[in-house]
Design a protein around this ligand. Sequence first.
Ligand SMILES: C[S@@+](CC[C@H](N)C(=O)[O-])C[C@H]1O[C@@H](n2cnc3c(N)ncnc32)[C@H](O)[C@@H]1O
Length: 198
Amino acid sequence: MSKLPDSLNSLLSELERFGEENDHGDTPRGSKMLNITRDTGEFLAALIRATGTRSILEVGASNGYSTLWLAFATQPLGGHITTLERSAAKVAMARQNYERAGLQGLITLMEGDAGEFLSNADSGSADLIFLDSNRADYLAWWPHLKRILRPGGTVVVDNATSHPEEVAGFVAVVNADEAFTTALVPVGKGEFVAVKAL
Ligand SMILES: C[S@@+](CC[C@H](N)C(=O)[O-])C[C@H]1O[C@@H](n2cnc3c(N)ncnc32)[C@H](O)[C@@H]1O
C-alpha cells in the first residue's frame, strides 16, 4: 500500500507509536487502544477497493485508527462508515483523529452499546462489517450481523489467530452457514473473512 497521502501516513504512524506506548505494561484493558496492525489496515483497504465497498459498519472504533484506514479506502468510491464505540474517552479521541485526517465528513461515530445499535440497524444496509470489539458478543450478534449485511457483502473479524479460542464458537457457526464463503487470512492478528452469497 503505497498510495497513502503523506499527512495521513504521518498521522497513522503517530497513532501506531501512541498505541504501542499506551498499551504497553500494566495499562488497564479499558484504557488500551488495541489497534489493528498496519498490514491489517492495508488488507482492509485493498479489500474495499477490490469490492467497491461503499457502506461500511465498524464495531469497535477505539481511538479511530482502523476507521482511518476504512475511510481512506472508501473515500474515492464515495463511501461512508458508521462506527460504534461505547467508551466516551475513546470517542473523543476518535473524533479528534477523524478531524485531523480531514475524513470526518464520511464517518458517523455512534457512542453507545453496539448490541442495541445492531438490533435496530436496517437489513441489507452494509457492504462490509468490520468486527473488532468484545469477542464474547459476536455469536449473540450473528443473527443481526447476517441480516444487516447485504447479499454479496463481507464480514471481517479481527483477532482470529491472536485469540482463536475466543472466536471459535462464532467461526464455527459462520463456517457451517451455507450462505457464507469463508477464509482465514494470516495478516496481522488474523482476519476471519466471511462473504455472504448473492
Ligand atoms: C480492539 S478495540 C478497537 C480497535 C480499533 N478497531 C482499531 O483498530 O483502532 C475494541 C473497542 O471496542 C469497544 N467495545 C467493546 N464492546 C463494545 C460494545 N458492546 N459496544 C461498543 N463498543 C464496544 C471497546 O471500548 C474498545 O474501544
